[in-house]
Design a protein. Sequence first.
Length: 329
Amino acid sequence: MERVLITGVAGFIGSHLADYFLSSGFKIIGVDNFITGSPRNIAHLQYNPDFEFIEHDITRPLYIEGAIKYILHFASPASPIDYLKIPIQTMKVGAMGTHNMLGLAKAKNARILVASTSEVYGDPLEHPQKETYWGNVNPVGPRSVYDEAKRYQEALTMAYHRFHGVDTRIVRIFNTYGPRMRLNDGRVIPAFMGQVLRGENLSVFGDGSQTRSFCYIDDQVEGIYRLLMSDYPEPVNIGNPEEISIKAFAEEILQLSERKDLKIEYHPLPQDDPKRRCPDIGLAKKLLGWEPRVHRTEGLKKTFEYFKSLPAEELYKTEPKDFSDYIKR
């Protein structure tokens, strides 16, 4: 069985990738230091003989014995709450962590896919955003620790591809949602769903006219897999092109929750928050034969049911940091 190394395996997307590759007949080596990932997300894999877990900070060198077929580099804080709280670690994993993983891919002659983000486009002046758009990023703003870490990650990946001949892939991930997101990670879907579950009014920043587009996790993972198996080394957008305003989205969440007693409250817009965010997925359609299939209504219902299934205390407390807390439950 071929082995796949996944960094950030205890994260939202990383854990779903582990499930997908295990179900496809691969062995998984999962790496995480739990700085933002949750042991809950991979607790169900602990006794799977095809899953090996290594607790490690990939900003330090990582030695793996034996052959590795693919490396999926998904280690990074990915929400504003996280990367504003730990800005140095965010930049280090984008720079040093990526350098270490590219070096490992070179040493193992492995294909590596790195997880980039729509944040490389900044507050875009082009809509929808194509891969050829260079972006509109504030290099010294509060969000720059994430935006520039990912832009550097892409540049370093292409340098390894061009200079060392490393077999690389780059996925630019747009807003993705589904089960295993953290309720307290600051992104709009868990934020809204957490608020309605706590009986709080929904917090909308600005006037709510800014737009986002949301891709369900199953679609995102399928797109990532198809890109990995392609022969295209440059960035590819994977996301859902269906835009919705934040105000309209808040109203959808209120309707889904059936909480007629709650309302929308407006707050100042954070600095450099993108006004519009929507992928052009023409390249993914042409190159990979991929496009999202899960409608937002279906995906939101599954996500809300997941959050409702969590213990009540999960709405108010931070995540445990080792497997034992979950196994005891």
